[in-house]
Design a protein. Structure first.
Ligand SMILES: Nc1ncnc2c1ncn2[C@@H]1O[C@H](COP(=O)(O)OP(=O)(O)OP(=O)(O)O)[C@@H](O)[C@H]1O
Ligand SMILES: [Mg+2]
Length: 283
């Protein structure tokens, strides 16, 4: 067996193990089955299925307009907020159907947090209160000591604590872009989601901040199931365990061409279009 074949086998094994593990330490994987999405009568995602197992980072890659962000938004029910948008299919978090009509939308979103391309902390609100702001919306009440603990824990997890511990009362807007993005990660984590969706979280950041966020992603992997959209092929290789390659054309809606262990997708893809994309020949 070559090294690559071996790696691919290990990757497959990891995937299978993660998919079928009974004890994931409270971790939950996400499963999208036969997901289609429309804007008005424009079908933009056609019958997409993807397993996003706990303890693995899944990267979504593909050229602009192929439906990566739309797919991400179907995973926490943000797609349905867009006027005229519709959805078909199933999204499950562990055993829970996220589209179960009896499940509150706020609850579904509490389980599946999201970090956006442009860091969006509340600029005038303190760093401290920013971390707690998502929790407030869920209606959870904490005493002062518990709040202090949550703020510290989440800023540590978000990889920001050492830089801001002396300035927690300063406004979120006083931080650098990379720090703001880590603040947004801390804010998302405070709600204790099972899944964290990240839509090009580093695309507005410099290489140092990008490194810092990638480190944070690797550290979070055991706590929360991560799905990240990225245009940066090096980043996909650095942070993800598995990858899904999306493609659309002017006449065909977005579909997954190929999904699997990251190293396999990059070094020995099954589809020629995947090879062309990951090698920068288009997109
Ligand atoms: N709010 C919207 N209303 C109508 N069409 C939309 C809307 N958002 C996205 N679309 C369309 O849906 C398709 C998929 O867009 P989406 O934003 O999901 O792609 P993407 O893969 O995230 O692209 P990018 O890499 O540029 O972010 C595109 O054809 C886009 O024009
Ligand atoms: Mg997008």
């Amino acid at each position: 067996m070559t090294e690559l074949e071996n790696d691919a086998a290990v990757g497959r094994h990891l995937l299978e193990e993660a998919l079928f593990a009974e004890d994931t330490g409270g971790q939950m994987g996400l499963s999208a089955r036969n997901v289609s999405a429309w804007f008005g009568d424009h079908l933009v995602l056609d019958d997409v299925s993807l397993e996003m197992p706990a303890r693995l980072v899944t990267a979504l890659i593909g050229p602009s307009g192929c439906g990566k962000s739309t797919f991400l938004r179907t995973l926490n029910r943000m797609h349905e907020l867009i006027k005229g948008a519709s959805f078909a299919g199933e999204v499950r978090l562990g055993d829970q159907d996220l589209y179960d009509p009896t499940l509150k939308l706020t609850e579904a979103r509490a389980h599946v947090g999201m970090v956006f391309q442009k860091p969006n902390p509340f600029p005038a609100m303190s760093i401290y209160d920013n971390v707690l702001s998502g929790l407030k919306m869920t209606g959870k009440r904490l005493d002062q000591a518990a709040k202090d603990d949550v703020v510290e824990e989440m800023l540590i997890k978000g990889g920001l604590w050492s830089e801001v511990k002396g300035r927690l009362r300063e406004p979120g807007g006083s931080l650098s872009g990379g720090q703001q993005q880590r603040l947004c990660i801390a804010r998302s984590l405070a709600v204790r989601p099972r899944v964290l969706l990240m839509d090009e979280p580093c695309s507005a950041l410099d290489p140092t901040s990008t490194n810092r966020i990638e480190e944070t992603i690797r550290e979070l992997r055991d706590d929360v199931t991560i799905v990240i959209v990225t245009h940066n092929m090096q980043q996909a290789q650095r942070v993800s365990d598995q990858c899904a390659f999306f493609l659309a054309s002017s006449t065909t809606p977005g579909k997954i061409v190929e999904a699997g262990a990251t190293r396999k997708l990059f070094e020995d893809p099954a589809d020629e279009r995947t090879a062309d994309y990951v090698n920068g020949r288009f997109g």
